[in-house]
Design a protein around this ligand. Sequence first.
Ligand code: ZN
Length: 335
Amino acid sequence: MDIQVAASPQEDVVAKILNKSKSVQKLSKGGKTYTFFNVIGATEKEVKVFRIYQCHKFSTIFIGKTYKFVKVTKREGTLIVNSNCPITFTAPITVPDHLRDEMHLLPEDVPTTGTPSTISEALQTAGRSAITGKVVQISPPKYARDSALPIRCLSVKDSTSTVKVCLFERNAEMTFSPSDTVQLTGLYKSTYQGFLPDAANIQVNPEDKLDDPDFQTAAAPGLKPGVSITEFLSVSVYECCRNQKCRKKKLVSQKCPTCQLEDKDTPSKTCFMSLMYKHNEQPSKFSIFQEDLEKLIGETCNLDSEESLVEQIANKLPLTFSCVIQKGTFQNVSI
Ligand SMILES: [Zn+2]
């Protein structure tokens, strides 16, 4: 049998067999079918997974016996026993109790959701894992592949360690809060499985935060609650580009300066309101555009005329809201 294995150091491993495939396994790859069986073997220090490409040995490997696997190589955490690796019986070794008591799943028995593990164990295993822990940090979402792939990172802590987990697609778009208890399964894929009851035995402390650039938010100025607007300077209703990505760009001579779209017949309309607002003792001019304005007045802006819009807004004064004030604008406006 011809097995291609990347050159890697060979080693001799003496191990006591803890578990063994129930039957010979088959794997098709590159037009070839390989047959092998897996065993879980424990040395005096750790548990290892062996993939044995010697099916004629299947009936001679016994659970509980100690073997020496000669010139094995390692691939993705699994020890590969090729047809040219001698397997010999050897004197029994003593396996520490804690190694024997751990759960040792054969690769074919590992569920697709992964082996339930502590974070420390998950970090050491080559296979899929499922972990439970508390959210410490949540990164802002990022978008890859031309904005088609949302990505978000969490740092998650359990009683053994803290780890950074990357979430993709729908999982990345979920809302997380610090100290949420989460279970993350299929950790290759980082599939998020939902919130769990509070894990009272895990305490999240400020020092658990990882110093990792993915968790640094864009400069986040404080939220200013209770902004109250009792008067405004003016409103403007104007024609705008109907192309969504132009974000209601004001038309100049019936043409969008951004996308050059000409719209003589059915231009969209939008509006803004100007007002003076005193922030840090400095009065400055602010504008509130249609979307925020509608949030604040709780209805669709009347764009028939500036007069009708003035009347509509005036009847809703005062406008009270929370927002972030940055560079003379109200951002993240919410009531
Ligand atoms: Zn445009």
